[in-house]
Design a protein around this ligand. Structure first.
Ligand code: NAD
Length: 296
C-alpha cells in the first residue's frame, strides 16, 4: 500500500521503518530534514509538506507528532491534510493528545469524507523499533478492520477501544495509573530502605505479594533491583519524566472537562512538575524515587 507518514521522531522513524520492511511504499514528511534523510536512505520518498502528502497517491496517511497543537496544525486549516485529501483516504493519528482534540479532528475529517482513527501507542522507542507496540484505537468498526493489518506491521497488540477519541481515553487512563503506581512503588521502596531493609529483598516480597505491579516487578525504580532498566543505568533512556508529565497533564485536563475527580492523578502531575522544575525532566520517570531516597 502507498502510505503517507508525517512525524519521523523517536517513535515515528522506527514505525515508518517497519512499514517499509513490511513492503509498503512510503511518502514521508518532517520539519526536520535529517529525520527525512534517514527514511529516504531506507527507500522512502521525501515530500515537502502535509499538503503535498495529501495531494499525492497515498491511500492512507499516518501522523506521529509531539502534541495536540502540532496535530491540529497538520490536519486542520487551509493547508492541512483534511482540506487536501481525496475523499476516502484514511487518516490515522498515532500521537498522544487529549481525547477532546482527537474527536474534534476526527469530526472535521468525517465531514470531508475521510475516515479517521486515533491510535496512540504504548511500548516506547524499544517497542517502536521491535514492531511490538500496543495500539489503542478509537473509530468505527469498519475503519478499525481496514487499518488493522497496517498497524500490525508496527505493533503486536491492536486494541479497538470504541468510537473516535477512545484510543486517547485508554492511553491517558493507563498512563495516569502508571505515573501513580510508579510514585507508589518509589515511596514504598524508599520507606523500606529507610527502615533498614535490603532493596532487593523488599522488591522480592512486594513482587510476590499484594503490592505487586508493573512499576515494581518489571521497572523497579530502586537501583540494583533489576538489570537492564533505567534505574540501573543512572535513569538514562526509557520514558522521560517530561513525557510522563505531559501525559498526566492530558489526564487531569480531560478529567476537568467531565468534572471527574482524579485526586491521585493530580498529585502525581504536581510531583512530576516539581521534578521537572528541578531540572530532571530528561531522566526516566522512575527517577522520581530520588525525591524520596535518604540513602544517597
Ligand atoms: P519526537 O519529538 O521525537 O518526534 C516528533 C517529530 O514530529 C519530530 O521529528 C518533529 O520534527 C516532527 N514535527 C513536529 N511538528 C511537525 C509538523 N508540523 N510537521 C511535520 N513534522 C513535525 O516525539 P516522539 O518521542 O516520537 O513522540 C511522538 C508522540 O508519541 C508524542 O505524542 C508522544 O507523547 C507519543 N509517545 C512517545 C513515546 C516515547 O517513548 N517517546 C511513547 C509513547 C507515545
Amino acid at each position: 500500500m502507498h502510505i503517507g507518514f508525517i512525524g519521523l521522531g523517536n517513535m515515528g522513524a522506527p514505525m515508518a521503518h517497519n512499514l517499509l520492511k513490511a513492503g509498503h511504499q512510503l511518502s514521508v514528511f518532517d520539519l526536520n530534514a535529517a529525520a527525512v534523510e534517514s527514511l529516504v536512505g531506507a527507500g522512502a520518498l521525501p515530500v515537502d509538506s502535509p499538503t503535498a502528502i495529501a495531494q499525492g497517491n497515498a491511500e492512507l496517511i499516518i501522523t506521529m507528532l509531539p502534541a495536540a497543537a502540532h496535530v491540529k496544525s497538520v490536519y486542520l486549516g487551509a493547508n492541512g491534510l483534511i482540506a487536501h485529501s481525496r475523499a476516502g483516504v484514511m487518516l490515522i493519528d498515532c500521537s498522544t493528545i487529549d481525547p477532546h482534540s482527537a474527536r474534534e479532528v476526527a469530526k472535521a475529517a468525517a465531514e470531508h469524507g475521510n475516515p479517521m482513527l486515533d491510535a496512540p501507542v504504548s511500548g516506547g522507542t524499544g517497542g517502536a523499533a521491535a514492531g511490538t507496540l500496543t495500539f489503542m484505537v478509537g473509530g468505527s468498526d469498519a475503519d478499525f478492520d481496514r487499518a488493522q493489518p497496517i498497524l500490525a506491521a508496527m505493533g503486536k497488540n491492536i486494541v479497538h477501544c470504541g468510537a473516535a477519541g477512545n484510543g486517547q481515553v485508554a492511553k491517558v487512563a493507563n498512563n495516569m495509573l502508571l505515573g501513580i503506581s510508579m510514585i507508589g512503588v518509589a515511596e514504598a521502596m524508599a520507606l523500606g530502605v529507610a527502615l533498614g531493609m535490603d532493596a532487593k529483598t523488599l522488591a522480592g516480597v512486594i513482587n510476590t505479594s499484594s503490592g505487586r505491579c508493573w512499576s515494581s516487578d518489571t521497572y523497579n525504580p530502586f537501583p540494583g533491583v533489576l538489570d537492564n532498566v533505567p534505574s540501573s543505568r543512572g535513569y538514562s533512556g526509557g520514558f522521560g519524566s517530561d513525557l510522563m508529565l505531559k501525559d498526566l497533564g492530558l489526564a487531569t485536563e480531560a478529567a476537568k472537562q467531565v468534572r471527574q475527580p482524579v485526586i491521585l492523578g493530580a498529585l502525581a502531575q504536581q510531583l512530576y512538575q516539581s521534578f521537572s522544575a528541578q531540572g530532571h525532566g530528561g531522566l526516566d520517570f522512575s527517577a522520581i524515587i530520588n525525591q524520596y531516597r535518604k540513602d544517597t
